[in-house]
Ligand binder design. Structure first.
Ligand code: COA
Length: 322
């Protein structure tokens, strides 16, 4: 039987760091409020000419190096993003071109903050069914382009960045299970109203930016993440105490703490990057994973739980032997 396993990780953050204090001159807010309500201290913001595929490429190269493979080994590229460079082609194709890889499937996955879980789920299925043997799975976002810098309820929450893994065929798991879910009835609680088929409208400029009912999203996220963790644990016949590390989507420290509490995991066993990166949407899990692998916290053989929740609503999880 074929499984998939994470062979290497990579991350990329733009050079420019934006502190909470910088928002004090933009909107009525304070460093204290942002830290207390979200856990965020700073975030990285892409340069004007820096795109999602640029960041994805940098993270992908680092993951390829860490995995000890070459670009010629890569036979699938799945890139999770809601902020692609262009309407088409996909950002995955742009990364493929820069890596000088030809003819393997390359496509984007659009599932907002759950995008990386969806991409991992898809790549794992490709590998388990023999459709690929060495996949690049990337999450990359440039949310600074869809932020309303006048809306204090959202502008302080997001950051830019990219994370990537190389997922390889293996005789041993690897990915024990991945779970992807959605319920579109909540679409308007967290959305960017403007799109392609609804037409661009310069008069409704705010429709091009993130709109969110923050506290409703918060409540739904906490409940749903508890349920998905229970589903993953029960589905694999393990117990909460078997999990070595929770690597959650990084939206808000209070959401992460609530998830850890439900899992009875001390915060020392939770990878937290929301303080330094803010919410980088589909990049947040692979970025957090890369940070904790590179600083030596996550070691080979340990059991990891990934979990995410985002616009759609979408949500998902994965149980992974690193
Ligand atoms: N600075 C200061 N005050 C702010 C603020 C800011 N940046 N943003 C909102 N406020 C104010 C609100 O206007 C409100 O004021 P009011 O009581 O006078 O109307 C007050 O703070 C409370 O707002 P509320 O939205 O209830 O706060 P909250 O405790 O729910 O925190 C969020 C707001 C956005 C941090 C929180 O709801 C959240 O994290 N939600 C989920 C976000 C998320 O996960 N999104 C992505 C999913 S992947």
């Amino acid at each position: 039987m074929t499984f998939s396993r994470i062979a290497g990780t990579g991350g990329y953050l733009p050079e420019r760091v934006m502190t909470n204090e910088e928002f004090e001159s933009l909107v009525e807010t304070s460093d204290e409020w942002i830290r207390e309500r979200t856990g965020i201290k700073r975030r990285h913001v892409a340069a004007e000419d820096e795109t999602t595929s640029d960041m994805a490429l940098a993270a992908a190269r680092r993951a390829i190096d860490a995995a000890g493979v070459t670009t010629s080994d890569v036979d699938l590229i799945v890139l999770a993003t809601t902020t692609p460079d262009k309407v088409f082609p996909s950002s995955a194709c742009l990364v493929q071109r820069q890596l000088d890889i030809h003819d393997c499937p390359a496509f984007d996955v659009h599932a907002a903050c759950s995008g990386f879980i969806y991409a991992l789920d898809i790549a794992d299925r490709f590998i388990r069914t023999g459709g690929a043997a060495c996949a690049l799975v990337i999450g990359a976002e440039t949310y600074s382009r869809i932020i309303d810098w006048n809306d204090r309820g959202t502008c302080v929450l997001f950051g830019d960045g990219a994370g990537a893994i190389v997922l390889q065929a293996s005789d041993e798991p690897g990915i024990y299970s991945a779970h992807s879910h959605a319920d579109g009835q909540f679409a308007e609680l967290l959305h960017v109203p403007q799109g392609i088929s609804t037409g661009y409208d310069v008069v409704r400029a705010e429709a091009a930016f993130i709109q969110m009912k923050g506290n409703e999203v918060f409540r739904k996220a906490v409940g749903t993440l508890g349920a998905i963790a229970r589903e993953t644990i029960a589905g694999n016949g393990i117990e909460k105490k078997d999990i070595n590390w929770l690597v959650p989507h990084q939206a808000n420290l209070r959401i992460i703490k609530a998830a850890a509490k439900k899992l009875e995991l001390p915060m020392e066993r939770v990878v937290v990057t929301v303080d330094e990166h803010a919410n980088t949407s589909s990049a947040s899990i692979p970025l957090a994973l890369d940070v904790a692998v590179r600083d030596g916290r996550i070691k080979r053989g340990e059991l990891l739980l990934f979990e995410a929740f985002g616009a759609g609503f979408t949500w998902g999880s994965a149980l992974v032997r690193y």
